[in-house]
Ligand binder design. Structure first.
Ligand code: AHG
Ligand code: MN
Ligand code: MN
Length: 317
């Protein structure tokens, strides 16, 4: 993966190697977390950390550990100026000029926390923005749309450990070979089928869905199979490889949706679009959202282009 990133950057005239270093820190974090996830039951890493995060959600021990690992790795890279994590109330500003770079990294250190304790696949999600002036970074630098992302990816800790990455010219997948500790390209140039045969949504929330959403789900289940892991990384990974549609809509219970814009919706929308698919709130392209606060949420549907357009047609009606 490092060789591939370096070879891509060779074509960028103003490239300095900074992004390569930042991505190396992320690779390191993913390897570290992958190793701890595998041992979690053996080294007392399952269960609750005993506190709630700023969003009122129970935090698991692995959420805390993964957050520490990524925060430390990103600071040590010296290439970030602002870090936004699901697990931190505020954005972390890198104040030391010696340790400060030009990138903002938004991340969900451990996605799918509810699946940790039963060994179902979980992941890490990240998005990368660049700032013009890295001297005074602040949360205001994140009041911008997902179109400004310069890279995004996720790592899935599943039956295999896979990093999916885009630096703006398509999507590639790299599988971790634990024996040599390297991410090896196994899924070059991932492109999504224009239509799939799977829909993925938490139908336990059906009673809260709005009318267009209910109507769409009623008709899609007549023709598609249902799959829902409950870890966004895993549900998106399947959707990226097999096609179909995944959604977590805004509804009467989660008025603004559940998934967070900066570190869940944007990175996944970016990857899906880079792979030829589409991401939408139902009425707007998901990458065009502009968050007001770092932990803002949005409803989102993403997947094969025609499937997402079909969902949108229910909102147009
Ligand atoms: P996180 O574990 O980072 O808080 O994210 C959980 C998210 C996401 O992974 C998944 O798609 C969704 O929550 C599942 O929610 P439900 O359990 O409500 O279906
Ligand atoms: Mn998450
Ligand atoms: Mn999380």
């Amino acid at each position: 993966m490092t060789r591939w990133v370096l070879s891509q950057q060779q074509h960028v005239t103003e490239a300095t190697g900074d992004l390569t270093l930042l991505l190396s820190a992320i690779q390191f974090g993913c390897k570290f977390v992958a190793s701890k996830v595998k041992q979690a039951g053996l080294i007392n890493l399952l269960g609750l950390a005993g506190k709630a995060n700023v969003q009122g959600e129970d935090v698991k021990k692995l959420d805390v550990l993964a957050n520490d690992i990524f925060r430390n790795a990103l600071i040590a890279s010296g290439k970030a100026c602002l870090l936004v994590s699901e697990e931190d109330d505020n954005a972390m500003v890198i104040k030391d000029p010696e340790q400060r770079g030009k990138y903002i990294v938004t991340f969900d250190p451990l996605d799918g926390s509810s699946n940790i304790d039963c060994g179902v696949s979980i992941g890490t999600i990240f998005g990368i923005f660049k700032v013009d002036d890295s001297n005074n970074p602040s949360e205001k630098d994140l009041i911008r749309s997902g179109r400004d992302l310069i890279a995004a990816g996720y790592c899935m800790y599943g039956s295999y450990c896979e990093m999916i990455l885009s630096v703006g010219n398509g999507v590639n997948g790299f599988t971790l070979d634990p024996a040599i500790g390297e991410f090896i390209m196994t899924h070059p140039n991932i492109t999504m089928p224009s239509r799939g045969k799977i829909y993925s949504v938490n139908e336990g929330n059906y009673k809260y869905f709005d009318e267009p959403c209910k109507k769409y789900v009623d008709q899609v289940k007549q023709k598609y199979s249902a799959r829902y892991v409950g870890s966004m990384v895993s549900d998106v990974h399947r959707t990226l490889l097999y096609g179909g549609i995944f959604g977590y809509p805004a509804d009467a219970k989660s008025k603004r949706g559940k998934l967070r814009i900066l570190y869940e919706v944007f990175p996944m929308a970016y990857l899906v679009e880079q792979a030829g698919g589409k991401a939408s709130t139902g009425t707007q392209n998901a990458l065009d959202i502009v968050p007001e606060h770092i932990h803002d949420r949005s409803g989102v549907w993403l997947g094969s282009k025609e499937d997402v357009e079909e969902l949108e047609s229910f909102y147009k009606q």
